[in-house]
Design a protein around this ligand. Structure first.
Ligand SMILES: Cc1cc2nc3c(=O)[nH]c(=O)nc-3n(C[C@H](O)[C@H](O)[C@H](O)COP(=O)(O)OP(=O)(O)OC[C@H]3O[C@@H](n4cnc5c(N)ncnc54)[C@H](O)[C@@H]3O)c2cc1C
Length: 443
C-alpha cells in the first residue's frame, strides 16, 4: 500500500559519482528548486565509484593509446573540470594525490605503435615526454630489474598523474550541494522499483513510497537501461556488463604504469598502480570477465536480460562485436586468469611480469573485495561497442551509462545533463557562473 507521495522538480536516481556530481551542479548552477538524489544503498558511491571498485585514475586520455583524437580532447577537458572542483573544495583535496604516471611500450611492435600514437597526440598533451632506460630506471626501477636484456622497452611520462578516491569526491559533491534557498534531499536505502508517466511528469515507485517529479535523470549504471526499456525508450542501445577484477602485491611500483593498447580494443590493458588508501600495495588489473548480472552484489540474470534486451538482435550484435574487435582471444585469456591456482601463474607470466619482471607467484593474490562492473554500451543496429559513455535523452528524462572514464568525466556529464534538464523544466542554467568557477576558456 502506498503511504505518501513526495514531490521533487528533478529526481536523480543513483548516488554514484555521476549522480552526486549532477546534484552538485543542479544545486549550485541552476535555478531548479527541489532536487532529490535517490540511492538504493545505505551510502553514496557504494558501487563502481567506490575506491575499491575502480582504478582510481583521473583519466586525461594521455596514456590511452586506443582513444580517438575527439575522445582524448573530451576526456582531457572533463578531467580539468575535476581538477578545478578539487582546487575549489577543501574536502575534496583529501580525496586526491598526485602520482607519477607512465605509459610503457614493450617490444618493437608496441614501441612503433606508441611512436605513431605519440606523434598524433603530443599536440594535445604538451607535458607528455618520451623517456629512455636511464630515466625509466630512476622513476620505476622494478620495470627494468630482471628484465630480459634483449627485450626492448620505451616509455612516456605524463605530467597529469593523479589518483582519486571517487567515493570521497561523491561525498564532497553531496556536502557542497546543501543550500539554504533550495530543497536538496538525499534519500538513501530507497530502491526504485518502477517508473511511470504521470501527468507531464513521472511517478517513481519505491516499495511503499512514491515520488512525483517533473524530470528524472538516471545515473544508476546499467539499471538506467533497465528503466529506459520499461518506458520503451532504450532504442538501439544495449549493454554488456563487463567486470574488472584486480590482483595485488606488496608495493613494487612508485606510481601508475599503463601499457600501450594496440588496436582499437575498447578496454584498458592491464596496468599496475598504488592504492590511494593503502600505498604499501600495488594493484594489477583489470582482469576482465563477463558477469551474468548488472552489479557486483546483484547478479540477477533476469535484470541483465531486461536491461540488455536479450533476444536475437542482442545475440547477433554480441557475436559480431566479439569478432569485429577480435575480443574472443582476449576474453578467453582473461577468463583463464580466474582459474584457481593456474590462473595466477598465467596472469603473472602474461601480464604482471610484463610490468614488473621480478614478481614471484607468492607475491600476487586475487583480491575478492576489489573490482567493479562497467556497463559497456553497445548499439544493436550498428553492432558497435563504444569507448565510454552512452546516453538516452528524451524531453525531461535522461538515462546515463557511464563506464570508464565515467568517474573522471562525471562533472562534464553532469554539466550537460543539468543544461538539458533545466531547460526542459523551464529553469535557468547559470553558464556564466559555471564558466567563471571552472575557468572555462582560461587556458
Ligand atoms: C574495474 C574498473 C576500473 C575503473 N577505473 C576507472 C578509473 O580509473 N577512472 C575512471 O574515471 N573511471 C574508472 N572506472 C569507471 C567508473 O568506476 C565509473 O565510470 C563510475 O563509477 C560511474 O559512476 P556512476 O555514478 O555512473 O555509477 P555507480 O558508481 O555504479 O553508481 C550507480 C548507483 O546507482 C544505484 N542504483 C542502481 N539501481 C538503483 C535503483 N533501482 N534505485 C536506486 N539506486 C539505484 C547504485 O546503488 C549505485 O550507487 C572503472 C570501472 C571499473 C569497473
Amino acid at each position: 500500500m502506498i503511504t505518501n507521495t513526495e514531490y521533487s522538480d528533478v529526481a536523480i536516481i543513483g548516488g554514484g559519482v555521476v549522480g552526486s556530481a549532477l546534484l552538485y551542479i543542479l544545486s549550485n548552477y541552476t535555478s531548479v528548486k527541489k532536487i532529490a538524489l535517490i540511492e538504493k544503498r545505505g551510502a553514496v558511491a557504494s558501487m563502481n565509484s567506490n575506491s575499491m571498485s575502480n582504478s582510481q585514475t583521473l583519466h586525461f586520455g594521455d596514456v590511452e593509446t586506443n582513444y580517438t583524437e575527439k575522445k582524448a580532447i573530451e576526456t582531457k577537458n572533463a578531467a580539468k573540470l575535476m581538477l578545478r572542483y578539487i582546487k575549489k573544495h577543501k574536502d575534496a583535496q583529501n580525496a586526491v594525490k598526485r602520482c607519477q604516471k607512465l605509459l610503457l611500450a614493450i617490444g618493437q611492435d608496441e614501441i612503433d605503435y606508441a611512436d605513431v600514437w605519440f606523434s598524433s597526440a603530443k599536440h594535445i598533451y604538451k607535458g607528455l615526454k618520451q623517456i629512455y632506460s636511464g630515466e625509466i630506471d630512476r622513476l620505476e626501477p622494478n620495470i627494468l630489474r630482471h628484465r630480459d636484456p634483449f627485450e626492448k622497452v620505451s616509455a612516456y611520462v605524463s605530467d597529469t598523474g593523479y589518483m582519486v578516491d571517487f567515493g570521497k569526491i561523491a561525498d564532497s559533491f553531496v556536502n557542497n550541494s546543501k543550500s539554504k534557498s533550495k530543497k536538496v534531499k538525499v534519500i538513501l536505502n530507497a530502491r526504485l522499483d518502477s517508473v511511470r508517466d504521470d501527468d507531464g511528469g513521472y511517478m517513481l515507485y519505491f516499495g511503499e513510497r512514491r515520488i512525483k517529479c517533473r524530470s528524472a535523470v538516471f545515473c544508476s549504471g546499467a539499471y538506467g537501461l533497465y528503466f529506459a526499456r520499461s518506458l520503451g525508450m532504450a532504442g538501439n542501445l544495449s549493454v554488456i556488463p563487463t567486470g574488472g577484477a584486480f590482483f595485488t602485491s606488496r608495493k613494487v611500483l612508485n606510481g601508475k604504469v599503463y601499457r600501450v593498447q594496440t588496436g582499437k580494443i575498447p578496454f584498458a590493458a592491464v596496468h599496475g598502480d598504488p592504492d590511494i588508501n593503502n600505498e604499501h600495495k600495488t594493484r594489477f588489473g583489470p582482469v576482465i570477465y563477463l558477469p551474468l548480472g548488472l552489479e557486483r552484489d546483484e547478479l540477477q540474470i533476469s535484470d541483465y536480460a531486461r536491461a540488455a534486451g536479450f533476444g536475437p538482435d542482442f545475440i547477433s550484435a554480441e557475436v559480431d562485436i566479439l569478432l569485429k574487435y577480435k575480443l574472443t582471444g582476449m576474453m578467453l585469456k582473461h577468463l583463464s586468469y580466474q582459474i584457481p591456482i593456474v590462473g595466477k601463474e598465467l596472469f603473472l607470466n602474461n601480464e604482471a611480469r610484463k610490468i614488473v619482471p621480478s614478481l614471484k607467484y607468492e607475491d600476487l593474490s586475487l583480491e575478492p573485495q576489489y573490482g567493479g562492473i562497467s556497463p559497456r554500451v553497445i548499439d544493436l543496429r550498428d553492432k558497435t561497442l563504444s569507448i565510454g559513455e552512452g546516453k538516452i535523452i528524451k524531453d525531461n528524462l535522461i538515462f546515463n551509462l557511464s563506464p570508464s572514464p565515467g568517474a573522471s568525466s562525471c562533472l562534464s556529464i553532469a554539466k550537460s545533463d543539468a543544461e538539458h534538464i533545466s531547460k526542459a523544466v523551464g529553469e535557468k542554467f547559470y553558464s556564466e557562473k559555471f564558466n567563471s568557477d571552472f575557468r572555462i576558456g582560461a587556458d
